[in-house]
Design a protein around this ligand. Structure first.
Ligand SMILES: NC(=O)c1ccc[n+]([C@@H]2O[C@H](COP(=O)([O-])OP(=O)(O)OC[C@H]3O[C@@H](n4cnc5c(N)ncnc54)[C@H](OP(=O)(O)O)[C@@H]3O)[C@@H](O)[C@H]2O)c1
Length: 316
């Protein structure tokens, strides 16, 4: 049943108040819903720090945002390639040096549907390495700054967590055997969700209420996700879909993550996103969260595997 918390139109940016004095750190804001989330927050006078892999694209989008909102719009970028752990460490150090508060750390960047199996420089299957391991390390390194700010962690997931294995392939994390683009993507997005739900549990066990952790997804949104990393057929099909009402704009796709970064009174053990047809489009609210996303033994094992993989132990 559709969530009616925010009325028939669902959550919209009309609910946003003035965000002066608040700082949002967002990964992958050069394009798609990340760019639109940055735009929506800047419109309300927030400070935005983008963690992007391309300096050139970052300069171009910052120039565009300053053209739209004026030269004093408080937006900057720090270079970070999520697929390279050393780059994540450098970027996190730079954030800690330059960013005294983080009201929300929005884990938005991703690659999807990489047609052939590739490994990151650290030896991880590229989607798992970029989407999950990179963010897992980043969040660990920035966690205390978020906590000092009584902030939030927002994970941008995907309904793809319902596809593929619906669990983590611990015997073959890097898909040495039987690599399939969509299965590997689905696992990487499920891993991101499990990170969030396990973090909630660890915070609760430690009696900590200083950080809230929320999970959302943009439904089906017209972005450059598939064009950036998908194969030719997937790119064609995804382009065809954008001609149907089953795909919404990237601007609307950004609403769930902006909501999770700003709105009070949300549930943590939940999944927010569009609540219309197949939860791909439509009013933004609380959607369906299937229990395999918080399968406790799997979440715990994934946490241990992830700490070892990235060489970082969380202290909560
Ligand atoms: N669009 C959808 O329908 C849909 C559906 C479900 C979930 N999602 C999720 O929504 C989120 C945003 O995706 P999107 O659709 O907006 O895709 P997008 O338009 O391709 O934007 C992805 C962003 O991530 C960045 N990125 C990719 N690899 C990176 C890396 N190694 N290091 C740092 N940044 C990197 C990209 O940078 P570059 O510009 O340099 O490529 C870009 O800024 C993702 O988490 C995705 O899984 C999207």
């Amino acid at each position: 049943m559709a969530d009616t918390t925010f009325g028939p139109k669902g959550w919209t940016p009309e609910r946003l108040g003035d965000l002066t004095g608040k700082t949002f750190v967002i990964t992958g804001a050069t394009a798609g819903v990340g760019f639109q989330a940055a735009r929506t927050l800047l419109k309300k006078n927030a400070s935005v720090v983008m963690l992007n892999r391309s300096a050139e694209k970052s300069q171009a989008v910052i120039a565009a945002l300053k053209t739209e909102f004026g030269a004093r719009a408080d937006v900057r970028f720090i270079r970070m390639d999520l697929s390279v752990l050393a780059s994540v460490r450098e970027a996190a150090a730079e954030v800690l040096r330059t960013t005294p508060r983080i009201d929300a750390l929005i884990n938005n960047a991703a690659i999807a549907q990489t047609p052939t199996r590739k490994l990151t420089v650290d030896g991880f299957e590229s989607q798992l390495g970029t989407n999950h391991y990179g963010h897992f390390l980043l969040n660990g390194l920035l966690f205390e700054r978020v906590a000092e700010s009584k902030g939030r962690i927002v994970v941008v997931a995907s309904q793809g967590y319902n596809l593929g294995l619906r669990t983590i392939n611990f015997d073959d994390m890097n898909w040495d055997k039987g690599y399939r683009p969509n299965t590997a993507y689905s696992q990487s997005k499920l891993a991101q969700m499990m990170f969030a739900y396990e973090l909630q549990d660890r915070l609760a066990a430690a009696g900590r209420t200083d950080v809230q952790v929320y999970v959302c997804h943009p439904g089906s949104s017209a972005t450059s996700l598939i064009a950036t990393s998908g194969g030719r057929l997937t790119r064609f099909l995804s382009w065809l879909m954008t001609k149907t009402p089953l795909v919404q704009s990237a601007e609307r796709g950004a609403w769930p993550e902006v909501m999770c970064a700003t709105e009070d009174g949300l549930e943590q053990r939940a999944l927010y996103g569009p609540t219309g047809f197949l939860q791909m489009v439509g009013p933004v609210g609380r959607g369906t969260l299937n229990p395999h996303a918080y399968d406790k033994p799997v979440m715990q094992q994934l946490w241990d595997v992830s700490e070892k993989a990235v060489g970082y132990e969380w202290k909560l």
